[in-house]
Design a binder for this molecule. Structure first.
Ligand SMILES: Cc1ncc(COP(=O)(O)O)c(C=O)c1O
Length: 436
């Protein structure tokens, strides 16, 4: 068996650092359901779910069967040169699960492409240049959307000048609001600063769109107050600004409904969807109402691989399996349980500053064990490492990588969940003895 060291050195030799040098680079042989099977012969429980992508677990049999069947029929179009059934059937299914009114679709491959498409659509149809994004947001890494990404400064380093006419307002953070704690203060502060952008920097009539993650993902699993999202909707309506939800991570059941738009009761004008849609196959979508989408002229945007037939077949099977296995209900149920169980850590372990979440999108924020609430990435790193040794794969987020994401598959059973949480808790409690 090849050693970890030899595999890692081949990675370093052949794969570019931005792709190769990440955490934990676990050498795996295969994956099934919630588990990775390592080349070391061990089984690892996966609470990263392909970064909130394989929401039904790895290699879901229904999705695999649908993809295999499609392989024998048609692997690639492209759309436009040919028209094919899986694409149209998927579009029809999407209209059933999206908030009503989002009923026309552009298909692409990745999350970045979906957000980029949404922004291009907004600029094209409004004829306005300005984009407002929110500090801490992550929207992808192409030159267009990295211009909107501020979850960590390193994503932007050495790429300036980026897209012009992008302005940043604060994303409300109830745990770290400059006006003091609480949802109301966080919402109030964020709205005042947004208003200040209109007063000092760009007039609202020059703004094409606001682009927002309904829950901050890479930026630290921060859940905004519902009233703030509702206020964004109202402000956009008042100024004919298009509201774009980046649901690349929050979509497809992660927050306990098909989309966070439904969880929060706020419907955007345009939605970007990717990750969970095809349970691991590359596929993404820009969704918008027909009257808006029809103003996006032919050839004003395009793609070679977007809406790939195999990915579309996998997406159809994903939607069917999500319904059959009632995963939305499971995500709400198990998510509430995880929050309650891990919530105790805030009182018991001084470096656990906050545990928060919605559905099965849960974050544990690690801070210094004093009043400063300063991020504690070292504690996060130790916990991730101990959890991995215990057989649980986790991944960090947040500006300092000091927040641990807990994103198991949405169809996880209580028994398997309990096993993973026990490993995680043991890894966290060891921080108490570390401090002692
Ligand atoms: C909210 C959000 N938007 C966009 C992206 C970019 O997606 P991709 O990496 O598929 O380009 C991500 C990826 O993590 C994301 O979480």
């Amino acid at each position: 068996m090849e050693s970890f060291a030899s595999l890692f050195s081949r990675m370093k030799d052949l794969i570019a650092p931005p792709l190769a040098e990440d955490w934990p680079n676990l050498p795996v042989r295969k994956a099934e359901g919630p588990y990775f099977y390592g080349v070391d012969g061990r089984r690892y429980l996966d609470f990263v779910s392909g970064m909130a992508t394989v929401n039904l677990g790895h290699n879901h049999p229904k999705v695999v069967a649908a993809a295999k069947a499609q392989l024998d029929q048609l692997i690639h179009g492209p759309v436009g040169v040919v028209a094919y059934e899986p694409l149209l059937r998927l579009a029809e299914e999407l209209t059933k699960i999206l908030p009503s009114g989002l009923d026309m679709f552009f298909f692409a491959n990745s999350g970045a492409e979906a957000v980029e498409g949404a922004v291009k659509l907004a600029r094209y149809v409004t004829g306005r240049p300005g984009i407002i994004a929110f500090r801490g947001g992550f929207h992808g890494r192409t030159m267009g959307v990295v211009s909107l990404t501020t979850s960590k400064g390193k994503y932007r380093l050495h790429y300036e000048p980026l897209l012009p006419s992008v302005y940043f307002a604060p994303f409300p953070n109830p745990y770290r609001c400059p006006l003091g704690g609480g949802e109301e203060a966080a919402s109030e502060y964020a709205l005042q600063e947004l208003e200040a952008i209109f007063t000092y920097e760009i007039a609202p009539e020059e703004v094409a769109a606001m682009v927002v993650e309904p829950v901050l993902g890479e930026g630290g699993y921060i859940i905004p107050p519902r009233r703030w999202l509702k206020a964004l909707r109202e402000i956009c309506d008042a100024h004919d600004i298009l509201l774009i939800f980046d649901e690349v991570q929050t979509g497809f059941g992660r927050t306990g409904e098909w989309f966070a738009a439904q969880t929060f009761g706020v419907t955007p004008d345009i939605m970007a969807i990717a990750k969970g849609i095809a349970n691991g196959f590359p596929l993404s979508v820009v969704a918008a109402p027909k009257d808006l989408m029809r103003r996006w002229g032919p050839f004003s945007h395009g793609t070679t691989f977007g809406g790939n037939p195999v990915s579309c077949a996998a997406a159809l099977a994903t939607i069917e399996a999500m319904r059959e296995e009632e995963v939305l209900e499971n995500a709400r149920l198990q998510g509430a349980y995880v929050l309650e169980r891990l919530g105790r850590l805030v009182k018991e372990v001084p470096v656990v500053g906050d545990v928060r979440g919605v559905g099965l999108m849960i974050g544990i924020e690690l801070v210094q064990p004093n009043e400063t609430k300063a991020p504690n990435p070292e504690a996060a790193k130790r916990i991730l490492k101990r959890a991995l040794e215990g057989g649980l794969v986790l991944y960090p987020c947040g500006v300092a990588n000091h927040v641990i994401r807990v994103i198991p598959p949405l169809n996880i059973s209580r028994e398997i969940l309990d096993g993973g949480l026990s490993i995680l808790e043991r890894a966290v409690y060891e921080e108490v003895s570390n401090q002692a």
